[in-house]
Design a protein around this ligand. Structure first.
Ligand SMILES: [Ca+2]
Ligand SMILES: [Ca+2]
Length: 317
């Protein structure tokens, strides 16, 4: 396991500070030949650093011509029924205390994090303001997830798409595929068996997994849940619709409480989920929960949308 930290925020700040201190050399780090197999810096503890050519590396869109956009309107179906919530291994925070069954009605959720390309259409159609980092080239490629948007902005986008933000309960069920596992693909760490499964700040280098900043959505074929949702672990944190309540277990005592829960009625912080390119694998488990001020516009935070009736009901833009 990775070294335990005080909180994902401490880790995020520490990692961001480290990233910013790298700013002067980032143009070099972004050169594909330095980012991918065989050329990464050898680092003590870096997975497979002595044999990186054998890694099952993610397809690198930058190594071909341009960045490939997936089907951004793709949604996946999550069937009605119970799912196991929280930390089932005893290695999470007390905010992740397990609840064996939370029952949700069926819903649909975007297969991918919302991309810059999709968000750009929203801006063009509505005159909405641009994201905070709209001029920072490492994070504004079309197929990268949009970042630097507040909860209100994410919510407005989803409404424009005739969707909504998922509750954090929906997000977790979709991310874990309804199973008692740490990551969307199971319990293996993101870099076990020399397979790269997610974009994190892994090891000593942000680029161990191929990307310093956010990767184009869907870059890691194994970072997919049993329901078909990609990039739940890492890449960017994702806003949910739910106000953060630390001891959620105490709020969901009865079977009735645990049927389609919505969380607190109000608050100051929304629950964000999944970790990011600036976090470790421990902070990017499917049960990791974190509060974020609703007005925050953060470089490691994006979102995806959900709805009740699927793509036919959504406004495909
Ligand atoms: Ca990375
Ligand atoms: Ca994510």
């Amino acid at each position: 396991m990775n070294q335990r930290i005080e909180s994902p925020l401490d880790e995020l700040i520490e990692n961001l500070e480290r990233t910013l201190s790298f700013r002067n050399i980032l143009p070099l780090l972004m050169v594909p030949v330095l980012l991918f197999s065989g050329c990464s810096q050898d680092t003590a503890g870096a997975p497979g650093s002595d044999n990186s050519k054998s890694w099952s590396a993610p397809v690198d869109p930058k190594s071909t011509l341009g960045w490939v956009l997936p089907d951004m309107n793709k949604m996946v179906f999550v069937p009605e029924g119970p799912f196991p919530w929280g930390d089932h291994y005893g290695d999470g925070e007390d905010s992740e205390k397990r609840i064996d069954e939370i029952y949700l009605d069926a819903f649909w959720i975007d297969a991918y994090e919302t991309t810059n390309a999709s968000y750009h259409k929203f801006i063009q159609a509505t005159g909405h303001g641009v994201p905070r980092f709209a001029n920072y080239t490492p994070v504004i490629k079309p197929a990268q997830p949009v970042v630097g948007v507040s909860w209100e902005e994410a919510n407005a986008y989803c409404k424009w798409m005739n969707k909504r933000l998922p509750t954090e309960f929906e997000w977790e069920k979709a991310a874990r595929g309804g199973k008692k596992i740490r990551y969307p693909w199971g319990d293996k760490r993101p870099d076990d068996f020399k397979v790269l499964r997610a974009n994190l700040a892994s090891g000593e280098n942000f680029d161990d997994d191929g990307f310093v900043y956010a990767a184009p959505v869907g870059s890691y074929p194994e970072n997919v849940s049993g329901y078909g949702m990609y990039d739940a672990t890492g890449n960017v944190w994702e806003w949910t619709d739910t106000w953060f309540y630390h001891y959620i277990y105490d709020n969901l005592k009865t079977a009735e409480d645990r049927r389609n829960p919505k969380g607190p009625e109000t608050g100051s912080y929304k629950a964000i989920r999944g970790g990011s390119w600036a976090n470790t694998s421990w902070s990017s488990r499917v049960s990791t929960r974190f509060p974020m001020a609703a007005g925050a516009r953060n470089m490691v935070l994006g979102f995806r949308c959900a709805n009740d009736k699927g793509p036919a009901d959504a406004g495909a833009k």
